[in-house]
Design a protein around this ligand. Structure first.
Ligand code: ZEM
Length: 289
């Protein structure tokens, strides 16, 4: 009788192997669900992780990826977050399979997974984010406005604690994905390979000729040669500003340098405002390792 009693069971404390299983599940869904956009949910997952993190304000310590407050209407409905429901919905089956992971850790883990699965650099990761209620939603206006200039870029990313070099490195994420007229109003991809992370964004910015696109939509650039690529006004600031341009040139010249500095800047972005309990960071195995 004694032997039949349930063993006292402590709370489930997930370890690296458990998070790697979540990574593997996201990677498998990315491979399976190839009917979306340019053939991958990868770019929109990266945008979800970035918009969860990019609300951070260093002065007040508010915002950032801790909380996953974009689940709630005020923040989810901010103009900048248009279209990110596709990414959140994509992750629901993974959340159901691994109910122990918080949304806030899952969104960032998925951003890491998407970058690695799209052949980008390894992004060190650690868990520790908790989900918080609607009262932690950040005010509208914390994410960058693509119609603005270098002073806006510096104000927005400076508020998060980034310097010029990191701002340019992070911008390289626009090698991925595209703009959608029904989300931001802008249209088109930045590169010819929007589901593979490379330094092509910097190469194209510097090597192609760009002109204003003639259309009824918001002001954006198109490449003169093919008219199939786009740049936002903020993207063009990256080569118009002398200091930004210096870094863009370094990244255009050397993909390894871009990968190293992109990985550092993204890892920092994804941890803004999170009160971690552990120092140790993990590197997930990619599906093709
Ligand atoms: Zn983006 N971004 N971004 N970005 N972004 C879009 C799409 C994507 C800006 C911006 O206004 C826009 C960073 C910085 C900045 C990604 C990652 C990162 C879109 C198009 C706009 C308008 C949205 C749409 O219509 O679907 C501005 C102004 C930025 C700084 C000045 C940083 C930093 C990023 C990550 C580190 C990604 C991956 C996309 C593509 C999303 C998709 O669905 O394909």
């Amino acid at each position: 009788l004694f032997g039949q009693q349930a063993k006292p069971k402590g709370p489930f404390v997930p370890k690296f192997e458990d998070y790697q299983k979540v990574y593997d599940a996201v990677a498998k869904r990315l491979a399976d669900e190839d009917d979306y956009d340019d053939g991958s949910y990868g770019p929109v997952l990266v945008r979800l992780a970035w918009h969860a993190s990019g609300t951070y304000d260093a002065l007040t310590g508010t915002g950032g990826s801790n909380g996953a407050t974009m689940r709630f209407a005020p923040e989810g409905d901010h103009g900048a977050n248009a279209g990110l429901k596709a990414a959140r919905d994509f992750l629901e089956p993974v959340k159901e399979q691994f109910p122990w992971i918080t949304y806030s850790d899952l969104w960032i883990l998925s951003g890491v997974c998407a970058i690695q699965e799209m052949q980008g650099p390894k992004i060190p990761y650690r868990p520790g984010r908790t989900d918080r209620d609607v009262s932690f939603c950040t005010p509208d206006g914390r994410l960058p406005d693509a119609s603005k200039d270098r002073s806006h870029i510096r104000a927005i990313f400076g508020r998060m604690g980034f310097d010029d070099r990191e701002m340019v490195a992070l911008s390289g994420a626009h090698a991925l994905g595209r703009c959608h007229t029904d989300r931001s109003g802008y249209d088109g991809p930045w590169t010819f390979s929007p589901t593979t992370l490379t330094n092509d964004y910097f190469k194209l910015l510097l090597e192609e000729k760009w002109q204003w696109k003639k259309w009824n939509g918001p002001k954006q650039y198109e490449d003169v040669k093919t008219k199939s690529l786009m740049m936002l006004p903020t993207d063009m600031e990256i080569i118009k500003d002398k200091t930004f341009r210096k870094h863009a040139e370094r990244y255009a010249k050397d993909n390894e340098v871009f990968f190293r500095e992109f990985s550092d800047a993204v890892a920092k972005l994804f941890e803004l405002g999170v009160p971690f309990q552990t120092e140790e960071k993990w590197t997930f195995k990619s599906s093709f390792d």
